[in-house]
Write a protein that binds this ligand. Structure first.
Ligand code: MTE
Length: 324
């Protein structure tokens, strides 16, 4: 394994919130700084290189910490970047980190359309410029009965929604992932109908817990976790957290979503973490925290993944057994 030696580099050369997304700067920083980027982050050095190529790593600055964070210990950088679901790069848990290493998340355009006053196609840098970065440490519960705690860096989706000014017709926000089989080898198979799609109600999208993430562990988002930008909705099963977003559309009707399209009996639109409703093929009452060891006992899964105080009101009057 090749690990580059730390070299002197001014943080301003690599880490300004406004310029880190400049691709040349980003590669150059990674190429010449190597370990010094890591030195500026909380990432354990042992995980380097094997997991995310040096040239793709850069720390983010101007990141404030969020009062919404859990105080549970985060999973390791290695856990978070080697055990993934990202079918565009294969269906195995190790496939995304193995197959996404050469993926270039630049240039990147995000199209905003539908029922909003402000719409258009935006370069990624321009898209994120109006928003302030925060670190939010969130529990994540996957529908497959495992969980992790991840220190995301991102900004509230509520701010984004406000910025684009949806009209009164907008009831949902729909998201789509890049659809490019040349760059995403998993799309050459029909494991899902491409592109990957997800959606939230406007109330869910503007709940303060919902974020768009552009980083984790203080660094830019690794490809396997959804670079350059993905959704994080901590009270819902992980599959709602769509990666590699290229389109955001404000709609009046409920949009179709990938897992619901693929297996409607197993995956509903809401996808709220609900230990009281079994998945048709397994119980959802307990979860295994990744990294806790094969023999560690499973822990009880909490309703809304433990975020009930902040989100239960959104579903008042809804039968959560039917609206799963
Ligand atoms: N987004 C896209 N575009 N494609 C996917 O296959 N998988 C989802 C979600 N977002 C997926 C996706 C699922 S099933 C999960 S559990 C989470 O991503 C996993 O996020 P992580 O790998 O960063 O932990």
């Amino acid at each position: 394994m090749l690990i580059k030696k730390p070299a002197d580099i001014r943080p301003s050369e690599i880490t300004s919130k406004r310029n880190y997304l400049n691709r040349r700067e980003f590669i150059r920083a990674g190429a010449i700084a190597g370990g010094s980027i890591l030195a500026a982050s909380a990432v354990p050095a042992t995980a380097v290189g094997a997991v995310v190529p040096e040239a793709r790593r850069a720390a983010l600055t101007d990141v404030s910490s969020s009062p919404f964070s859990t105080d549970e210990a985060p999973n390791s950088y290695e856990d978070i970047t080697t055990y993934n679901n990202y079918y565009e790069f294969g269906t195995g848990k190790a496939d995304p980190f193995e197959n996404a290493q050469d993926f270039e998340p630049r240039p990147w355009t995000i199209t905003v359309d539908g029922h909003a006053e402000r719409t258009g196609a935006f370069d990624f840098d321009d898209f994120i410029k109006p928003f302030d970065l925060e670190e939010r440490i969130y529990r994540m519960r996957c529908v497959e009965a495992w969980s992790m705690v991840i220190p995301w860096v991102g900004f509230p989706l509520a701010e984004v929604v406000k910025y684009f000014k949806p009209t009164s017709k907008a009831k949902y926000v729909a998201f789509e992932t890049l659809n490019d089989r040349a760059r995403m080898p998993g799309q050459r198979r029909r494991s899902l109908e491409w592109p990957y799609r997800e959606s939230l109600t406007i109330a869910e999208a503007t709940n303060p817990l919902t974020i768009l993430a552009v980083g984790l562990y203080g660094e830019v988002l690794p490809n396997q976790n959804g670079a350059p930008i993905r959704l994080v909705v901590p009270w819902k099963y992980g599959f709602k957290g769509i990666k590699g977003i290229v389109r955001m559309r404000f709609t009046e009707r409920r949009p179709r979503t990938s897992w619901n399209m693929s297996q409607p009996r197993e995956y509903g639109f809401y996808a709220n973490v609900n230990p009281n409703v079994d998945h048709p093929r397994w119980s959802q009452a307990r979860e295994r925290r990744i990294g806790s060891g094969l023999f560690a006992s499973k822990q009880q899964t909490l309703m809304f993944n433990g975020y009930g105080d902040q989100v239960a009101d959104l579903y008042k009057g809804l039968d959560l057994r039917r609206n799963f």
